[in-house]
Design a protein around this ligand. Structure first.
Ligand code: PLP
Length: 288
C-alpha cells in the first residue's frame, strides 16, 4: 500500500508582524501532495478492482491533472485527459504540470470528453476533482487540525484557504469545529456559492467567503501577486503556489482585522505549477 506522511506538519511563521500556523500539505508526499492528495485520498486507498482507466478533463496546466497522473501511476491505471486545446508552444516545450503528467504516462487528448460512458472499468473525475469522494480525505484533514489544536492547547483556530472549485473548503468546513474562510480564485463569489451548493445543500455548512475590491482573473499575471509571493518566501522561507496563494494571502491580509482567533492557513501544494508560472512572470515583468 502506498503510504502518505500524515498527519502533515504544522509550522508557526510570522508574516508582516503577525503570526500564523501553516498546515504543510505541500509536504504530504514527494509526488502526491497538496489538497489534491486530500481530495483523491479515497481513490488511493479504496479497492476498486474493476477500474482500469481514469478519465478527466480541464486545463492543460492543471494541478488536478498532474495529481491524477500520479494516482493512475500508483494504481496501475491508464489515464486519459481531455483538453480543449494544446498550444503548439507547450507541445514543443512541455513544462510544469503538463510535462510532469506526461512523464507519468498521461494520454492527452484534444477534444470533448464522453462523460456518459457506461463502461464500469472507467473512473470519471470532474474537472478540478469536484467530487463527493473528496469528503473522505478532507475529514482526515479536519481531524488532523483538531488533534493539533488539542496537543498544542491553543484556541480553536480560524482556517483560511483559497478556493478553485471550493471542494476543499466545503468539506473541511463540514467536518471542522473551526470557521473556514476562503476566497474565490476561479470565477466570482456567486460561482463559488453555486459550487458549494452542488456538493452541500445546507448553506449553514458552507465556508465564509471573503472578497477583494479588485477583480482578479484566474491565471492572469499581476505584479502584486508576484510581489506577495516573493515576500512570503523571503519572510517565511516557504514557497507557496503562484496561482491561488497570492490571492489567498492578499485577501487574508486585507481582512486581517476581522480575525480574533489564531489563523491556520492551509498550504495546498501546487508547486510544480510554479515551474510554468515563474517563466511567465519573468517574461512579463522582466524579472530575474
Ligand atoms: C486545486 C488547488 C486549489 C483549489 O482547490 P479546490 O478544492 O478546487 O477549491 C487551491 N490551491 C492549490 C495549490 C490547488 O492546487
Amino acid at each position: 500500500m502506498y503510504g502518505l506522511s500524515l498527519p502533515s506538519r504544522v509550522d508557526e511563521i510570522e508574516f508582516d508582524g503577525d503570526s500564523y500556523y501553516i498546515k504543510r500539505d505541500d509536504l504530504i508526499d514527494r509526488d502526491f501532495s497538496g489538497n489534491k492528495a486530500r481530495k483523491f485520498h479515497y481513490y488511493l486507498l479504496s479497492d476498486l478492482p474493476h477500474i482500469k482507466k481514469l478519465i478527466s478533463y480541464g486545463s492543460n496546466q492543471s494541478n488536478a491533472m498532474y495529481s491524477l497522473s500520479v494516482l493512475a501511476k500508483i494504481r496501475g491505471w491508464e489515464f486519459d485527459y481531455f483538453v480543449d486545446h494544446i498550444p503548439s508552444y507547450l507541445a514543443e516545450n512541455p513544462q510544469g504540470n503538463y510535462r510532469a503528467a506526461l512523464a507519468n504516462g498521461m494520454h492527452i487528448i484534444e477534444g470533448n470528453i464522453d462523460s456518459d460512458s457506461t463502461d464500469d472499468s472507467i473512473l470519471f473525475i470532474h474537472e478540478g476533482g469536484r467530487e463527493q469522494s473528496a469528503e473522505y480525505g478532507l475529514k482526515i484533514l479536519a481531524d488532523e487540525i483538531e488533534e493539533f489544536r488539542v496537543s498544542r492547547q491553543i484556541e480553536t483556530p480560524d482556517i483560511f484557504l483559497p478556493s478553485g472549485t471550493g471542494t476543499t473548503a466545503l468539506y473541511l468546513q463540514k467536518h471542522s469545529s473551526s470557521r473556514v474562510f476562503t476566497t474565490p480564485c476561479v470565477g466570482d463569489e456567486s460561482y463559488l456559492k453555486e459550487q458549494f451548493s452542488m456538493l452541500e445543500s445546507d448553506r449553514s455548512q458552507h465556508p465564509t467567503i471573503l472578497n477583494m475590491d479588485k477583480k482578479y482573473h484566474f491565471g492572469k499575471l499581476y505584479r502584486e501577486s508576484y510581489e506577495i509571493w516573493q515576500e512570503l518566501q523571503t519572510q517565511t522561507a516557504i514557497e507557496f503556489d503562484l496561482l491561488y496563494d497570492p490571492k489567498g494571502w492578499m485577501t487574508l491580509l486585507s481582512h486581517r482585522d476581522i480575525f480574533v482567533n489564531p489563523i491556520l492557513y492551509i498550504h495546498q501544494g501546487g508547486l510544480i505549477g510554479n515551474e510554468s508560472m515563474l517563466p511567465r512572470y519573468k517574461r512579463k515583468y522582466g524579472l530575474s
